[in-house]
Design a protein around this ligand. Sequence first.
Ligand SMILES: NC(=O)c1ccc[n+]([C@@H]2O[C@H](COP(=O)([O-])OP(=O)(O)OC[C@H]3O[C@@H](n4cnc5c(N)ncnc54)[C@H](OP(=O)(O)O)[C@@H]3O)[C@@H](O)[C@H]2O)c1
Length: 332
Amino acid sequence: MVKLSEIRSANTSLKSSRSGLTAVVVGGTNGIGRGFLSALAAQSDSPKIYIVGRNPTTLSTIVSELQSLNRTGTYIPVPVADLTLLADVEKATAQIVEKEPKLDLLFMSQGYLSLGGRDESVEGLDKLTTIRHYGRTLFILNLLPLLNAAPSPRVVSVLGGGQEGPIFTDDLEFKDPKNYSLPKIAGASGTYVTLTLEQLQKRNPKISFVHAFPGLVKTNLINPEHWGPVARFLINWVLLPTIGRFFFNSPEESGERILYAASSPQFGAQGTGDDLAVGSNGVRGSGAYTLNEKPEAVNNDKALKPLREEKSDVLIWEHTLEILERVLGRKF
Ligand SMILES: NC(=O)c1ccc[n+]([C@@H]2O[C@H](COP(=O)([O-])OP(=O)(O)OC[C@H]3O[C@@H](n4cnc5c(N)ncnc54)[C@H](OP(=O)(O)O)[C@@H]3O)[C@@H](O)[C@H]2O)c1
């Protein structure tokens, strides 16, 4: 168990141990990503941080706040319209690639919750699966040359590390309504992310990949505008003031914990030390890790081992590339 005091002390030491870090933060305009962004800016010396977000006013407010928090930093807004669209991920990454030769850290927490069924975008993809998986994979693929050019690069994806569930090998795009429910999609998308990060690690051993589960965090995610008055009343007046007080973390504390996940040497790339954590595949120092909310390395062998044995990891990888090629019309 990592104590919060240890996390804070490790984060504070980053200022002296690592200077001039370049990071891309996606999802940093709210919730856990916002907490992470503040922690990263506060605990870094001369960072350069690209902040990808869909609201230009929010982006400029955040840039001003970060400048007051740490004047040694450079904060660059990257406006996008909608990260449920692969075309917009392409536009965001193109803006970064044209300016930057190397990238030390790619952080992603973009997402939302939906109680409804499959919601298809103009690109013909489920929007939720795109923002959680296809789009995040595209961010990584497009930024790989920059990541591979950095001395010890890391990718952190915040979703459901260790919470992976079954997939539907005959319905990988969740077109069958019986495969589409909040828990089924949460489990399957967690599996897509973990197994895809493992595939990316195999092809890019210099990079370390972290799939983090944040636990329950009090953010807009559990209180979205579109959930309607009854759900919002129950959340705000029943759940949060009662049991919610004991079970939900603040976005600020979650951000500090994820900064630890993004910087601790124990979650480093393969072969980078004697003290590496056990990877998502059960191998110490594998370079791809699934972390719980503490954050500690966890394994979900129950869900993932049979999937690896039946080569569903390769199936998901090939499916993901096929989707990207189909929508974007180029080879990966
Ligand atoms: N909170 C929890 O208890 C919890 C638990 C388990 C897993 N998670 C996962 O952790 C991640 C972060 O959650 P959170 O609680 O921080 O959520 P949040 O507070 O709602 O923040 C979500 C972020 O994603 C961005 N976003 C959402 N839809 C977008 C779109 N269509 N285009 C571009 N950006 C979009 C939001 O931008 P705006 O600022 O513009 O809205 C915001 O920056 C999610 O993937 C979530 O599933 C959260």
